[in-house]
Design a protein around this ligand. Structure first.
Ligand SMILES: Cc1cc2nc3c(=O)[nH]c(=O)nc-3n(C[C@H](O)[C@H](O)[C@H](O)COP(=O)(O)O)c2cc1C
Length: 151
């Protein structure tokens, strides 16, 4: 199964770490969203979309990128987010956005990650060191199971 993982990671590279752990686990292609030509997406059996969360949402530019992709039919996708809260609702929001383009969501992954945004900087940030090795292992298990099920 050909898998492409597309990420948006502008704050601390947290989402990129998760994306790389997933890509290394299954030998997937991995690109920052700014490197993707929308039509590349059509060449893959499964596409992953991952983003950090900024003001409760995936980045604005990333959302615009998703909107710019061609409408697909019967194409599988999974989503992942990293955030201070690690809330799975954030991944659900991203899944809803990706579904608007016709993708069928087959998996969602959420992870707590280092957050030194705004006032949190004053206390040195929260979730220091995350994603940590346990988080990367969870990302590995998630993608291996998903590809096993879908493959
Ligand atoms: C401007 C900004 C706004 C953020 N807003 C939220 C938020 O609303 N909820 C949350 O849980 N984390 C929030 N965070 C924390 C990030 O989601 C977290 O650090 C994430 O891992 C960043 O991913 P990245 O390093 O891949 O960009 C925010 C961070 C920044 C810089």
């Amino acid at each position: 199964m050909k898998v492409l993982i597309i990420y948006n990671s502008v704050h601390r590279g947290n989402t990129e770490k998760i994306a790389r752990a997933m890509a290394d686990s299954i030998d997937a292609d991995i690109l920052s969203y700014s490197e993707v030509d929308g039509y590349n997406v059509l060449d893959y059996d499964l596409v992953g979309f991952g983003s950090g969360i900024y003001y409760g949402k995936p980045g604005k530019d990333f959302v615009e990128f998703i909107d710019s992709l061609p409408i697909v039919k019967n194409k599988k996708a999974f989503v992942f987010t990293t955030s201070g809260k690690g809330d799975s609702n954030y991944s659900e929001k991203l899944a809803a956005k990706v579904s608007e383009n016709g993708f069928k969501i087959v998996g969602e992954f959420s992870c707590k990650a280092f957050d030194a945004w705004g006032p949190l900087k004053l206390v040195g940030g929260i979730n220091k060191g995350r994603p940590n090795s346990d988080d990367l292992k969870s990302a590995h298990n998630f993608i291996c199971q998903l590809v096993g099920e879908e493959g």
